[in-house]
Design a protein around this ligand. Sequence first.
Ligand SMILES: Nc1nc2c(c(=O)[nH]1)N=C([C@H](O)[C@H](O)COP(=O)(O)OP(=O)(O)OP(=O)(O)O)CN2
Ligand code: ZN
Length: 144
Amino acid sequence: MYLLKTKAAFDSAHFLSGYNGKCSNIHGHRWTVEACVCSEKLIDKGEKRGMIIDFGDLKRELRALADSFDHALIIEKNSLKPKTMEALRDENFRVIEFSFRPTAENLARYFYVALREKGLPVRSVTVYETPDNCAVYEEEPCLR
Ligand SMILES: Nc1nc2c(c(=O)[nH]1)N=C([C@H](O)[C@H](O)COP(=O)(O)OP(=O)(O)OP(=O)(O)O)CN2
Ligand SMILES: [Zn+2]
């Protein structure tokens, strides 16, 4: 099986609502997202011969997703008081709300699903919160 990986990064703030410790406070990460695509065979003709997918095509899709979270405050829906949300919006701060807690695990799944929806043969997505800490989300083995 062939595997191809690429990374993209974004800088954002988050906090873990209900967490007993420092991560309940707003803090930032340079999140790094690594997507791994897989294939049993390679493209056998044309410009992309010998590839699973062109790095450029994979990078473009991953970067577009990563850029959509750059310089934002990522929060779990209903984890801030309505008046706090109102104040943030009044200041034109960029707030992205998720239905899930913004952990590395949940973000890895989010990116996995989003890339699959774009038709990419994703095998796994790894999200790094720090250079040493990451979460991996993967489903069934290679689809093609
Ligand atoms: N399984 C998970 N555990 C934690 C997550 C997560 O996404 N999944 N997230 C956090 C916090 O977001 C936190 O920012 C990271 O925690 P921590 O490693 O403790 O923080 P530091 O990298 O700053 O570690 P130091 O050793 O204090 O430098 C918590 N847990
Ligand atoms: Zn964090």
